[in-house]
Design a protein around this ligand. Structure first.
Ligand SMILES: C[S@@+](CC[C@H](N)C(=O)[O-])C[C@H]1O[C@@H](n2cnc3c(N)ncnc32)[C@H](O)[C@@H]1O
Length: 261
């Protein structure tokens, strides 16, 4: 399958199953996503106040709305029409003023001078590994980040997602390329209780890439980004990542860094 075909199928999946489509969208819950992200750099929700924020791959908008409720000036991008539609509805419901701005666009097609100004913060959680070039997506994020701005990137881990990768292979062998069948089998064999959008994201997805701490640190170096924090924290890359696998934890990790002057 070439990159164009992969991209088309990823988009179609999120058009049909917009993610995360959370059922609890209380203000408290939405703010908790903003807090979860701030904690990566040992901050709290005061951190977002007045910051200009670019979110890449915002899905149904839970984080972008949470950030806006904390005073962030958010621009959020996704290429799934239904996700953007749901995000706008959520923002209209939750934000009286200071609504995020939503843009329907492919992350990999954002230009360096796409926006009038660079952003104080760029956030890409759970999205770049579904693009056909996660590293390029990261570089685009960095190009739109102001000097001393902070970037957060959340990706599937190469080591600790191994367990899930094996499950995906089993599902694919049984269901072949039939996405609906994959979702059905994924549900049957593994996660019976979770909602359909989440199962679709776990098993219906045709493309996801896997990354390691060392790889992301290399990306940081190339883009002149100084590491400032991660979630979970780690002491020794690879060893900790293998431990995450053995402890059935942290198949997803977030790294954050500051752009040097
Ligand atoms: C797993 S969801 C994550 C959503 C949200 N960031 C979260 O953490 O809940 C991945 C999102 O990335 C979007 N996405 C994937 N590839 C994209 C691309 N090339 N351009 C724009 N959005 C993309 C999908 O449409 C989807 O909404």
């Amino acid at each position: 399958m070439n990159n164009k075909e992969k991209e088309k199928l990823v988009k179609e999946l999120y058009e049909k199953y917009p993610y995360p489509s959370r059922s609890d969208s209380s203000e408290e819950k939405l703010k908790s996503f903003a807090l979860w992200t701030a904690k990566t750099i040992n901050e709290n929700n005061d951190y977002w106040e007045g910051k200009t924020i670019l979110e890449l791959g915002c899905g149904t908008g839970e984080l972008s709305v949470g950030l806006a409720l904390c005073g962030g000036k958010v621009t959020a991008i996704d290429f799934s029409k239904t996700s953007i539609k749901k995000a706008k509805l959520l923002a209209n419901k939750k934000c009286k003023t200071n609504k995020p701005k939503y843009i329907l666009k492919n992350i990999l097609k954002i230009k360096e001078n796409e926006f009038k100004k660079k952003f104080d913060v760029v956030i890409a959680l759970g999205s770049l590994h579904h693009t056909t070039n996660a590293k390029k997506g990261f570089e685009i994020g960095c190009k739109n980040l102001s000097k001393e701005g902070v970037i957060f990137v959340g990706l599937y881990n190469k080591y600790s997602r191994l367990r899930h990768r094996i499950k995906r292979i089993v599902v694919r062998i049984i269901a072949g390329n039939d996405i609906e069948k994959r979702i059905k089998i994924g549900k049957l064999f593994f996660d019976k209780k979770i909602q359909k959008e989440r199962i679709a994201d776990k098993f219906g997805q045709v493309h996801e890439s896997y990354h390691s701490i060392n790889e992301v640190l290399e990306w940081f170096k190339e883009q002149n980004i100084e590491f400032i924090g991660s979630k979970p924290t780690y002491k020794t890359p690879i060893i900790d990542e293998i431990n995450w696998l053995l402890n059935k934890k942290n198949a997803f990790f977030v790294m954050s860094g500051k752009k040097n002057k």
